[in-house]
Design a protein. Sequence first.
Length: 242
Amino acid sequence: MKLLIVDVGNTDIKRAVATGDTLGEVTRNPTKDIGRIAEEIANAGMPVALSCVRPAAADVIKAALSNCGVPLVVEVNANVTDPVSGFYAGMGADRVANIAGAWTELGRASPVAVVALGTGTTITAVSADGRFSGGFTTLGLGPICQSLTEALPALPAIDPNDVSDLNPGFDVYSALCRGTVAGHVGLIEKWVSILGAELGPGMMVVATGGWSQLIGPMTTCIERIDPLLTLKGILAIARANK
C-alpha cells in the first residue's frame, strides 16, 4: 500500500510517497503555503501519515483530508508508544519522529541521540530499549544570526554558509561568523557529552535538518547525517501503529 508521508516544520513542508519501507522523491514547499499544500495532499487521494509542529497547520491538513474522505493513518505526537516511548506532554512531533527514525534505522540495539539543526536546534535521546532519555533545545543557527543582526546593528549580517573551518577570524566578519558557528558546534558537543555520560559509551549520534550538513562535519561527535530522518521516522511510526 502507498502512504503519503508529510512533515510540516516551522519553515518547510516535506512530502514523499512511501511504498513499503521505501521513500520516493521528496517535495519541499514553504510552510506559509499550508492552505494550498493541504489541498494538494488531500487531492492525492492516498492515506496520510503526518508530523506537524504547528497545531493550526495540522488542523488545516486534517480538514482538507476529511473533506476529501482521505484517511489520516497516524498523526505523530508525544503519545506515541511504538517503536519509541516515554515522551513528555507537548514534546515536538518532529523530535518524536526523528528519534523513532534513528533508533529504527540503527537496529533498535543501542542508545541513540538525534541532533536536529533547523529553525531550532535540539537533541533527543533514547535508551537501548527505546525509552526517551532526555534532551536539550535552543535557537537554531538561522535565528541566532538574525538575533545578532538585531542586537548588533553596527556589525555586518553574517551567513554561516561562508564558514568552511573553525580557525580564528582576522577581520570583523570572519570572527563573528566563525565564532557563531563554533559556538553552535561547542554546545552540540557539550550536549552529547552530557547525554553520553547518562546512556553509556555506545550511544550513536545522528544529525538531521537544514544546517546538519554544515555543522555535522565540524563536530567530533556526530556519526551520521540523514536529511530524510523525520520522514523515515514518520513512516516507522505509521508501520508500527498500523
